[in-house]
Design a protein around this ligand. Structure first.
Ligand code: BES
Ligand code: ZN
Length: 613
């Protein structure tokens, strides 16, 4: 799963920039929400593929508690003018110093009565939120593509706003795009391309700013049922629809577990291969990487994950980035419960065991590097990029914490607790401390159990009461791997279709980095990992190949890296190439030079750092 390898890469980038001296940043935002906060944003946007910029107006409706300054977050935005009220009277403003993580505060002069602020702006051609893909990088190769990625703190690089998860806004938008293209948002969406290129949106449920999202491309829509469907370029629409057949069942299962789905629609948008993440839970419209289209539905836990965020994250939101585990840990737990309902316990256990392996590596890595506090669930990211907190700790230690709680009180009691938790906190944000208080009152004390909550949340490593998961199918394939490593032959009749993706991942991992190129070649002849077209299997296999100088793989690795921009795959591959040998490092640089223009900023900024560029 997530970025297990980056943990080792991540230097502790303690921020020494002095620019915060004029305006204090709190929770990675300069905005003064306790004096004045946005409640609704209306966007008028013009998307220009020629200059790769968005020209826009962000019209904020504010709840002004009596201040004469409104502070917003911006990052490399060109602010042209700011006006106030329905009459749009121009006012004065200033931009504070630029900070490489936080951007610049925009300070607008207002009166104590002002509640309507219009900010005229355009984005920078290298806005970090915006992925501008030339037509050659799309599936159909006819039109270019644009998509935004707001989480963690990138919304400020395409919309001037109070960019912190604590504040919630409703929003609406009018978006002008080139004729022939469709625009979609995390809001009410069109299902057909119109002939004006003008699209209107509303999002009436209040959301944190990182969930505002926009994509523009040659898109078509295919329904799955009355409340779900798929958006994709025509070339992959049918495949996407086939792969996602189980979405209605997933929604049904999720609702059975933790209550009604409150966002009306659940659609999935497939992006170009450059999308830096597996998925992003933009409300009403999950953004997804096309690398989950494996043809056999075996990578759909990612959709279950983004769906689960409709409760954990989108409905009940972490208050600060330090509480990121409240979003992701709950979601991995919930995701696994959905998978258990849809695919059965055997499969769900295998998925969770893969997560466990990653958690173990991540914890060991941090411990070896002496970064013990990085293994706490509750983090302290002050002065650092919130991206640093996106590790397997938040995801998997978080999920295993909830599993341990479930084990302590029993499933029935725990499910009722979670249902109430979501219901009581819906459309609100919550800190770790408030969660602990709620947990103690409504679960621990109520059921009279002893539980090491503090050790799990504020302590290092993996507590000993972690749930032990066993999978006979994993044990079998791992045994086979060891035998092969020791010289046994692959059973002649074994084919790739005989095992599911997760079993093959367990198989490849069981070699622990050691398998001769010769043996790898033989396995490829029979099982076709290298040309499996399964992104998860290929990444694991390629890393093993790099470590064992199975150099015939190089053209495949190069082709994969120039096509796919998902950071989770890029990181382990480039790290292995960099560390293998001097010659292999040079090869990495050569491949990267070619591939970099195909990546989104989120990915290339990470890889730049990894390769010391
Ligand atoms: N919300 C995350 C993606 C994210 C986190 C983006 C932090 C930016 C900052 C999303 O739900 C996620 O976790 N995606 C995972 C897939 C999931 C199955 C673990 C990913 O993209 O790999
Ligand atoms: Zn997530």
């Amino acid at each position: 799963m997530m970025i297990s390898f980056s943990c080792a890469e991540k230097e502790k980038a303690i921020h020494t920039d002095e620019s915060t001296s004029t305006y204090a940043a709190n929770n990675h935002s300069y905005s003064n929400i306790h004096e004045i906060n946005s409640t609704h944003i209306h966007l008028d946007l013009d998307v220009d593929f020629e200059t790769k910029t968005i020209q826009g107006v962000a019209r904020h409706t504010m709840n002004n508690k009596g201040t004469n300054k409104a502070i917003f977050d911006t990052k490399r935005l060109d602010i042209q003018k700011v006006t106030l009220g329905v009459d749009e009277i121009e006012t004065t403003f200033s931009l504070g110093e630029y900070d490489s993580i936080l951007g610049s505060p925009l300070v607008v002069d207002i009166s104590e009565e002002d509640t309507l602020i219009h900010i005229y702006y355009s984005t920078h051609s290298e806005s970090e939120a915006l992925g501008w893909m030339d037509a050659s990088l799309t599936h159909d190769k006819k039109y270019p593509f644009l998509y935004t990625q707001g989480e963690a703190i990138l919304t400020r690089s395409w919309i001037p706003n109070q960019d912190l998860p604590e504040n919630r806004i409703t929003y609406s938008a009018n978006v002008q795009v080139p004729v022939g293209m469709m625009a979609v948002m995390s809001a009410t969406n069109p299902t057909e391309t119109n002939d004006t290129g003008k699209y209107s949106f509303t999002m009436k449920q209040p959301v944190p700013s990182y969930l505002i999202a926009l994509a523009v491309g040659e898109l078509e829509f295919a329904p799955l049922d009355h409340m779900s469907g798929v958006y994709a370029e025509p070339d992959i629409l049918e495949a996407a629809k086939q792969e996602l057949q189980s979405i209605p069942q997933m929604i049904h299962s999720a609702e059975e577990l933790y209550g009604a789905y409150l966002w009306e629609r659940f659609d999935v948008l497939f992006l170009p291969y450059s999308f830096p993440f597996g998925g992003m839970e933009n409300p009403r419209l999950t953004f997804a990487t096309p690398t989950i289209l494996a043809g056999d539905g075996s990578l759909l836990s990612l959709i279950a994950h983004e769906l689960a965020h409709s409760w954990s994250g989108n409905l009940v939101t972490m208050a600060n980035w330090d509480d990121f585990w409240l979003n992701e840990g709950f979601t991995v737990y919930f995701e696994n419960r959905i998978m258990e309902k849809v695919e059965g316990k055997e499969i769900a256990d295998m998925l969770m065991l893969i997560n466990y392996q990653e958690l173990e590596w991540t914890v060991n890595n941090f411990m070896n590097l002496g970064f013990e506090e990085e293994t706490h669930l509750k983090l302290d990211l002050e002065g650092r990029d919130p991206d640093d907190g996106m590790t397997d700790i938040a995801y998997n230690k978080g999920a295993f914490f909830l599993m341990a709680l479930e084990e302590a009180v029993g499933r029935e009691v725990f499910d009722e607790f979670l249902l109430n938790y979501f219901n009581t906190h819906k459309f609100q944000s919550i800190t770790t401390e408030n969660f602990v208080k709620y947990l103690n009152e409504h679960l621990i004390e109520k059921n009279n159990v002893n539980f090491n909550v503090d050790e799990w949340i504020y302590g290092p490593g993996i507590p000993s009461n972690i749930t032990k998961i066993e999978s006979p199918r994993f044990a079998e394939i791992q045994e086979l791997a060891i035998e092969i490593q020791q010289g046994a032959k692959l059973p002649k009749d074994l084919k790739r279709e005989d095992k599911i993706t997760q079993e093959w991942i367990a198989f490849i991992r069981a070699f622990q980095g050691n398998l001769s190129a010769d043996k790898m070649r033989k396995i490829d002849e029979q099982l076709h990992f290298r040309d499996s077209d399964n992104s998860e299997i290929m990444t694991e296999w390629f890393v093993l190949g790099i470590k064992n100088e199975y150099t015939e793989l190089r053209p495949d690795i190069e082709a994969f890296l120039t096509k796919v921009g998902r950071r989770k795959f890029l990181e382990p591959l480039y790290a292995a190439m960099r560390d293998q040998s001097e010659e292999s490092r040079e090869w990495a640089l050569k491949v990267y030079q070619k591939a970099r223009p195909n990546y989104h900023a989120i990915s290339y900024l990470t890889i730049d750092k990894m390769l010391g560029l």
